[in-house]
Design a protein around this ligand. Sequence first.
Ligand code: ADP
Ligand code: 5GP
Length: 187
Amino acid sequence: MGKAILFSAPSGCGKTTIIKELMRYFDCFDFSISATSRKPRGEEVNGKDYYFLSHEEFMKRVHDDEFLEWEEVYQGTCYGTLKSEIDRIWNEGKVIVFDVDVNGGKNIKRYFGADALSVFVMPPSLQVLEQRLRSRGTDSEEAIVKRLARSAEELEQAPAFDRTIVNDDLQRAVDETRKVIEEFLNE
Ligand code: ADP
Ligand code: 5GP
């Protein structure tokens, strides 16, 4: 077994942004590409950001037991971690990086135990989270309302994670996360 680092937070807290910065710094990282039944957004590329599947294809993979975990994160929209991603990344001798919702994060941590570091990314406030979701400019009003409705409940789950990083100033948050990860990798 190798090591894994997972990032969870409500949508818009900055997981993707922080992970992109860290991937540039840690050569040993490889990103676990999740499958999703949602449509690509903005510049997203199939097989890089996600494996974009139809709802039927996604459910067939659930039926074939291809997922380590999966969730219907928003009504009618599923996301899941493929077991094949874990084999792929550990066969390369790399550290797996997950970007998953809060329930997925708790399940993955339970599965990997001490081999995984679980990081919760916290927004400075719910108001700032709302502003960030809106200024990202990639979601419809309906999607933003769905995402915000879920956020308050998800934020309460932060204590279940190994570390919480407040994403106020991006560079500060990235530096703090980098230190936490270096400690974990050197353990
Ligand atoms: P998530 O992956 O958690 O859904 P994103 O990484 O897509 O969140 O970030 C949501 C939006 O907030 C993006 O437009 C991103 O550029 C912006 N953002 C992320 N971190 C910060 C920060 N520290 N300060 C200001 N804006 C940020
Ligand atoms: P988005 O649509 O903004 O890319 O992602 C929405 C939410 O789904 C985010 O909280 C993201 O972390 C989560 N997510 C992405 N992939 C997975 C996955 O494989 N499993 C679970 N449980 N959640 C995921």
